[in-house]
Design a protein around this ligand. Structure first.
Ligand code: 4AD
Ligand code: MG
Length: 460
């Protein structure tokens, strides 16, 4: 049985009869010796295999290049050279999968733009090894966080007939044959003849269904893929991304914010503890000072300000913004970055947004102008969390739906929750990829997603 490179690097040498399997990061031939750097994705470091001419297939090994898949058996010994504490002295090296000429990932540093076109090979590149190990660790940290606090995970549906955010940014799901006449009634498409007998889409959020479960299990969360047909060509928007959405019954906006703050700090602390080498890699190559930034976050307390205050601070900032700052307008990314990076210098909650620019389900405040919404803005990323207390008063909720021009019929079950044992409740959504950008320092969302889907791009 082979063992992971990570395990092997942790052994006290000498250790006989070890087996390593992996891909060559590099192969360097010297005089009567070949150094093979074998990586298997288990950690950032590689295991050095030192092959010499006593191996029967030495001629084959000398010709090996970056990317080849090999299996080596032998003795783990203390390394006499700098750069590693142990190395493998093999009695056999099997070439499992050779590489053809033109393997695109060579030792030199490639641009991230180039590597995006090689999404099938880039997981073997160092940066992406670290990114996807941290992606896994962050995901585990999130599940642990909720599990330790008694939250139940709900698998909310991916195909849905309701638009949670009411923003009309949904991808249609249909079994109609675009090459055949689509059934029409009164001039409009007759969706009653479609697969689900109604108009359906890919979900933009699992929140509405999570609310159903919160009103039975009290504390629940979803962690699933979400889809937005939003034509945003930015480094922080993807058309398919993962979202974590906790929802809590008997909870108000303050409780929601307290959970969000605890959540961010705990998951960052867990990743720091689990992936120290990967974080060091990002600190060295992607964002200088990353580790210090993350450690400071864990010990900090977040700030909070109302939207109205934020607008005032932006207006008096004397900064030239591209988009105008006016009460009632949504905060643009440049405004968010200014607030969290320059004004406050750490994560900041902005609360109580104008009701017109937020979703219909948010609880209307007593001023009747704002809703009990919160966005968490963090340096480097901007908005990482969006959440709110939900409108639990049936009449107010129905009024909100009218205001937003939403039909009540598709939401009948959602409205029922306000009729039968409704409670104040609140929740939020964390964009998983934005959280990953925050903990890795990576600057483009396309580089923290295994296979990114963005406007105009669905390769691989
Ligand atoms: O602010 P949003 O739209 O909130 C909701 O969907 C609520 N239903 C959440 C809730 O209260 N349960 O999205 C939540 C988060 C954002 O703060 C952002 O981090 C991320 O999801 N997000 C995106 N991430 C990547 N690409 C996109 N296009 C994103 N849109 C939102
Ligand atoms: Mg939002």
């Amino acid at each position: 049985m082979s063992e992971s490179v990570k395990m092997l690097l942790g052994y006290e040498p000498p250790k006989e009869a070890v087996v390593v399997e992996g891909w060559l990061r590099t192969a360097r031939a010297g005089k009567d010796v070949v150094f093979l750097e074998v990586n298997d994705g288990s950690c950032a470091a590689s295991l050095q295999v030192v092959a010499d001419p006593s191996l029967p297939n030495y001629a084959e090994i000398v010709r090996l290049g970056t990317g080849a898949a090999v299996r080596a058996e032998g003795t783990l010994v203390a390394s006499p050279a700098k750069g590693q504490t142990v190395e493998l002295k093999p009695h056999s090296v099997t070439v499992v999968g050779d590489v053809e000429q033109g393997y695109p990932l060579q030792k030199k540093r490639h641009s991230f733009e180039f590597l995006r076109t090689m999404a099938h090979l880039r997981p073997r590149a160092r940066t992406f090894g670290s990114v996807f190990r941290v992606r896994h660790a962050l995901q585990m940290a999130i599940h642990e966080f909720f599990d330790e606090r008694g939250f139940i995970q709900v698998h909310t549906p991916i195909v849905t007939a309701s638009d949670c955010e009411g923003a009309g940014q949904m991808f249609r799901v249909s079994a109609f044959d675009p090459a055949a006449p689509i059934p029409k009634k009164d001039g409009a498409v007759d969706f009653s003849q479609d697969f689900f007998a109604k108009e359906t889409s890919l979900t933009v959020s699992g929140q509405l269904e999570a609310e159903v479960f919160a009103l039975a299990f009290k504390n629940v969360y979803t962690f699933g893929p979400t889809f937005r047909a939003e034509n945003s060509h930015t480094a922080r928007h993807a058309s398919e991304f993962w979202m974590i959405e906790p929802e809590m019954a008997f909870c108000d906006l303050r409780g929601d914010m307290a959970l969000a703050e605890d959540f961010i700090k705990v998951i960052v602390a867990k990743v720091l503890a689990r992936c120290p080498d990967d974080i060091d890699f990002f600190d060295q190559w992607i964002e200088k000072g990353l580790r210090a930034r993350l450690e400071a976050l864990v010990g900090s307390s977040f700030e909070a300000m109302t939207y109205t205050e934020a607008i005032d601070r932006l207006k008096t900032s004397k900064k030239k913004f591209e988009y105008p700052v006016d009460w009632g307008a949504d905060l643009q990314s440049e405004h968010e970055r200014y607030l969290t990076e320059e004004l406050v210098g750490k994560p900041v909650f902005v609360v109580d947004y104008p009701r017109e620019i937020k979703a219909f389900y948010m609880r209307v405040n007593d001023d009747e102008k704002t809703v009990a919404a919160m966005d968490l803005l963090v340096p480097h990323v901007g908005e990482i969390i969006g959440g709110s207390q939900r409108e639990e008063r049936l009449d107010v909720l129905e009024g909100q739906m009218e205001r937003f021009g939403l039909e009540k019929e598709p939401y009948w079950w959602y409205l029922d929750l306000r009729r039968y044992g409704g409670t104040p409740h609140a929740g939020f959504g964390l964009g998983f990829e934005r959280a990953l950008m925050y903990v890795t320092g990576m600057k483009n969302i396309r580089d923290v997603i295994p296979f990114a889907r963005t406007p105009g791009n669905c390769d691989f």
